[in-house]
Structure formats: structure tokens, C-alpha cells
Design a protein around this ligand. Structure first.
Ligand code: ASP
Ligand code: MG
Length: 252
């Protein structure tokens, strides 16, 4: 008789670190250690990172101001992709040096999963292609407990050109991954305490909404609440819950 050790299925999550949550050394270290301790509990994790702090704005201004407005759209996307492409390298190296197996995904890697059309600066993911690629190249890593670190916001066309998904687009990256990985949850790490009943800059004492369904949130997003990238909500898998946490907590 062969006795198989029965294993409890591990929880699978996609964690997205927004720019503010990795904006400086202290926050970056906090983000890394949050992933390290969660991974050590046995949770299977895929990480999506944005550009650190306001990097994307810096790149955008530098590129525009230095090129007399003569930049081709695909050139600008290639430049803007560098914020996230830097983040994945730093985050992955930090995970590994803290004892967690990790691999980063760059849009020029052959097995890069996020494939889009050629609408530069606001590219649309080709969902079936993304799903197939995530299953082929990202899922096996997650299943064996290696933490893939994927550049948010960026994509690649079928002919190999780098695209971007629109400002705030790394939420879309996280949802696309969650769908194909069949994740239990998406965790969006930000510098807000959650979704508020109003913009704290406009409304006095807005309260935190503990739970909100996606259709109501679409309404808020469209009315300029600018919380979750409204275009990204279209990609939120129905069966996956999204949790928003403040990076100050230091855990997931
Ligand atoms: N870094 C990009 C931006 O600032 C994408 C993102 O943060 O989701 O818009
Ligand atoms: Mg951002």
C-alpha cells in the first residue's frame, strides 16, 4: 500500500504593487518582506509591479521635452516601459536575496505573457493569447512556489513591439494574470486605506467602504474617483475577489 501524503491546496494570489508602494527604499523593502513572509507561509504568489513612484511621469516628460514632439507612438511606449522593466529586476533580485525563488518577466522575453494589439499608449490585451501564455509560462512557476515578478502596464504586439496599456494599466495586468492563473484573490497594494466614499481632497471625512461590487465601482471609477483603473475593471475575473490594502501595514 502506498500512502500518499494529502496536501491541502495552497492559496494562490496575485499581488500588485502600485508605484507609491515601492516609491522609496523603505517602502520597497516593506513590499519585498511582505511577499517573503507570505511566500514562506506557503501561499503561491504572482507579483505585478508598477514603476517606482513617479517614474512614468519623469520618463514621459523627458521623452517629450527632448524630442520636439516628434516621437513616434511606439517609441514612446518603448521608453515608458522602462519604469516597470526596472522595477521587476529590482524586486526579483530582492526576493532572491531574501531567500525566495523568483523570476522576472520582461516584455522582450520570448515567453512574455501579455500580448496586445498595436494601439500604442492604450493597447488592448489579446485575452486568449494572454491566457494561453500565462498558463504556459507563469502558472508552472507559481505552482512550484517560485514567485514570478511581471512588469505591469506593458505589453507586446504579435510582431514584437512593446506597447503600454494606458496610465494605471498595471491593474489590468494583475487581473489578466489572476484570470489565467485561477487565483483566489487579487491584492492591490497602494497608499490609500481602501476605497473611500469620496475623494478626501474634495469631500470632508469620507468613510472607507468595506465592500463594493464591481458594477458600483465602475460607476465610481467613471465619475473620476480614479481608484482602480476603470478600463482594468473590464478584465476583473468574476470569480476573483480584489482586496485593496495600504502598503503601510507591511503584510499582505
Ligand atoms: N506606471 C504606470 C503609470 O504610472 C502604470 C501603473 O502605475 O499602473 O501610469
Ligand atoms: Mg501608477
Amino acid at each position: 500500500v502506498i500512502l500518499m501524503k494529502s496536501e491541502k491546496p495552497c492559496k494562490k494570489i496575485v499581488v500588485k504593487f502600485g508605484g507609491s508602494s515601492i516609491a522609496d527604499n523603505e517602502r520597497l523593502s516593506r513590499a519585498v518582506s511582505a511577499v517573503v513572509s507570505e511566500a514562506k507561509k506557503g501561499t503561491r504568489i504572482a507579483v505585478v509591479v508598477s514603476a517606482m513612484g513617479k517614474t512614468t511621469d519623469t520618463l514621459l516628460n523627458a521623452a517629450k521635452n527632448s524630442s520636439n514632439g516628434k516621437l513616434e507612438k511606439h517609441e514612446l511606449d518603448d521608453i515608458l516601459s522602462m519604469g516597470e522593466r526596472t522595477s521587476v529586476r529590482i524586486f526579483c533580485a530582492a526576493l532572491r536575496t531574501n531567500g525566495v525563488e523568483s523570476r522576472y518577466f520582461d516584455p522582450l522575453d520570448e515567453d512574455w505573457p501579455i500580448i496586445t494589439d498595436a494601439s500604442f499608449s492604450n493597447a488592448n490585451p489579446l485575452r486568449d493569447e494572454c491566457e494561453k501564455r500565462v498558463k504556459e509560462s507563469v502558472l508552472p512557476l507559481v505552482e512550484k512556489g517560485t514567485v514570478p515578478v511581471i512588469a505591469g502596464f506593458v505589453g507586446r504586439t504579435l510582431t514584437g513591439k512593446i506597447t503600454t496599456l494606458g496610465r494605471g494599466g498595471s491593474d489590468t495586468t494583475a487581473f489578466l494574470l489572476a484570470e489565467a492563473l485561477k487565483a483566489d484573490e487579487v491584492v492591490l497594494v497602494t497608499d490609500a486605506d481602501g476605497i473611500m466614499s469620496g475623494d478626501p481632497k474634495v469631500v470632508a471625512n469620507p468613510s472607507r467602504i468595506s465592500e463594493i461590487d464591481v458594477n458600483t465601482l465602475v460607476g465610481l471609477a467613471d465619475s473620476g474617483a480614479k481608484f482602480i483603473h476603470s478600463k482594468a475593471l473590464k478584465y476583473k475575473p468574476q470569480s476573483v475577489d480584489v482586496r485593496v490594502i495600504n502598503s503601510a501595514h507591511g503584510d499582505l
